[in-house]
Design a protein around this ligand. Structure first.
Ligand code: CO
Length: 226
């Protein structure tokens, strides 16, 4: 069917309407990201900051290729690596967007071993190397709901840790940093990190689901010495 000029105008206007709508998905448009990235430090926001308790917004996919969005992702990696974290969510750098990054390196394993973990512990925790990955607008599905309880920490609850039960295996569907759809099924430690980061996007921290009596200040032993 041929389209008359008037129909084309109508189609054009509804398309504009659609674009306008998808642009309105998030208030974190490139300009606001620049302002924030110029003023913010390389330290993660800490518990008490309201942005850590707010639900993050869906990313407008047309902004993913902008230099500002890329700058935000770079900032996330910088903050995470500086604090030697295994994962970070955008709200932790002050951006309320549904984005998180994860990375687990040989250096992380070495640090765990230096802290006294054995190869057996590492195997039991399901630790595996994960190259730097970014997940945008993630959807999480639990594959194996068996709960595994291990100690974890958070860059936003600096200096503390607690035992947290998490599902053994998950599947995550999202866009990567090139806006390509990705699905990742994983278990053990990477699955734990993913669940922790997805919680951040809902305004939840591990302290909400930890085994309360396991909560500790990591250097509590220092206070027992004179
Ligand atoms: Co965290």
């Amino acid at each position: 069917m041929a389209l008359s000029p008037s129909k084309l105008i109508k189609l054009g206007s509804s398309f504009d309407g659609f674009c306008l709508k998808c642009r309105q998905v998030s208030k974190w448009l490139p300009g606001s990201l620049t302002t924030l990235l110029n003023m913010d430090s390389l330290r993660a926001r800490q518990a008490g900051d309201p942005i850590l308790r707010a639900e993050a917004e869906t990313v407008d996919i047309t902004t993913i290729h902008s230099p500002e969005f890329k700058g935000m992702v770079e900032r996330m990696f910088k903050v995470m690596r500086r604090a030697k974290g295994h994962g970070i969510a955008a709200p932790q750098i002050g951006v309320g967007l549904r984005v998180f990054a994860i990375e687990f390196t040989g250096q992380h394993i070495k640090t765990l071993k230096d802290k006294g973990l054995s190869d057996k512990d590492i195997k039991r925790m399901g630790i595996a190397l994960v190259p730097p990955r970014v997940f945008i607008n993630p959807e999480l599905r639990i594959i194996d709901s068996t709960l595994l309880a291990f100690r974890e920490a958070c860059l936003s609850v600096e200096g503390f840790s607690a035992v947290v039960p998490r599902a053994k295996e998950i599947e995550i569907t999202a866009l990567d940093r090139e806006a390509r759809p990705v699905t990742w099924r994983t278990s053990g430690w990477p699955a734990r990190i993913v669940q922790h980061e997805v919680d951040h996007l809902k305004g939840n921290l591990y302290i909400d689901c930890m085994l309360y009596k396991s909560f500790m200040k990591n250097d509590w032993r220092d206070y027992t010495r004179k």
